[in-house]
Design a binder for this molecule. Structure first.
Ligand code: IPD
Ligand code: CA
Length: 281
């Protein structure tokens, strides 16, 4: 059998580029902002429009496939990963950046079969960089092969973490306590681009050694997970166990030495799984 998912991969690259052009164009105009789970969890008409464009194009070509899209889930669609071929889509990763004109916004499209990620595409559309990775076939930024950094000494690392959109004091305290402990190891620096997908690509291309977060969603990290793995990096749960796409927590790093050193410092707090049954209000 040839390459069963090549046409899906090509379709992902095409539609990611198209979506990125729509986002760039929309950023030039007035942006109307609404909120979702909290007053700092933003959404715009562009998020919804771009998701429709992506899912519309992919569904036309692959009518039997399943879709998990951030904005569809926000509207009540299920967020369950089955064995069926499934697309996992964040149309605008970095919506807050998009709203403020902060220059990191990504389109993130991943594809899984039998619950295994086959490929991921992250188009950092304001920088016009196309990151991509396919299971067993390496990771690339545009046409260049990318690899994680070879730093093993945590003191020589840059680490990314984000604070997400939950502002409950207890969680914010744990997030900043973790960041303080990591900063004081000491590491060379702490960073954050405001988009989880881009953060993972920064791990993949060796610009930073690790990115971790509790509270992210599967659509933020699915594509980046393939890219990090294919660039030679590692993915773990924040407790050191195996990476679980639906768990809303993850450490991505250049190697196990850095990942395990960071994990020692992470103060874990609960986050409902993406595939948890919807709570009745
Ligand atoms: C957010 C970004 C951000 C991360 C949040 C995500 P969105 O995604 O990836 O970096 O800290 O946890 O929700 O809402 O811009 O698609
Ligand atoms: Ca989004």
């Amino acid at each position: 059998m040839g390459d069963p998912w090549l046409s899906a991969y090509d379709a992902a690259l095409r539609v990611a580029r198209k979506a990125g052009a729509v986002i760039r164009d929309a950023g030039e105009k007035e942006i109307k902002v609404c909120t979702k789970s909290s007053t700092v969890d933003l959404v715009t008409k562009t998020d919804e429009r771009v998701e429709k464009i992506i899912i519309g194009a992919l569904r036309e070509q692959f009518p039997d496939h399943c879709f998990i899209g951030e904005e569809s889930v926000a509207k009540g669609e299920p967020c369950i990963l089955t064995d069926k071929p499934t697309w996992i889509i964040d149309p605008v990763d970095g919506t807050t950046n998009f709203v403020h004109g902060f220059p990191f916004v990504a389109v993130s499209i991943a594809f899984a079969v039998n619950k295994e990620l086959e490929f991921g595409v992250v188009y950092s559309c304001l920088e016009n960089k196309m990151y991509r990775g396919r299971n067993g076939k390496g990771a690339f930024c545009d046409d260049e092969k990318i690899e994680v950094s070879d730093v093993k000494d945590i003191h020589k690392s840059i680490i990314i973490s984000e604070h997400g959109t939950d502002r409950s004091c207890e969680k914010v305290e744990k997030i900043f306590s973790t960041m303080k402990k990591i900063l004081c190891i000491p590491v060379h620096g702490l960073r954050g681009s405001g988009t989880a997908a881009t953060n993972m690509c920064l791990v993949a291309c060796g610009a930073v050694e690790a990115f971790f977060e509790i509270g992210i969603h599967c659509w933020d990290i699915a594509a980046g997970a393939v890219i990090v793995k294919e660039a030679g990096g590692v993915l773990l749960d924040v407790n050191g166990g195996p990476f679980d796409l639906m768990s809303r927590r993850m450490v991505s790093a250049n190697n196990m030495v850095i990942a395990e050193r960071i994990i020692k410092e992470i103060e874990i707090f609960p986050a409902d799984r993406d595939d948890a049954p919807i709570k009745k209000k």
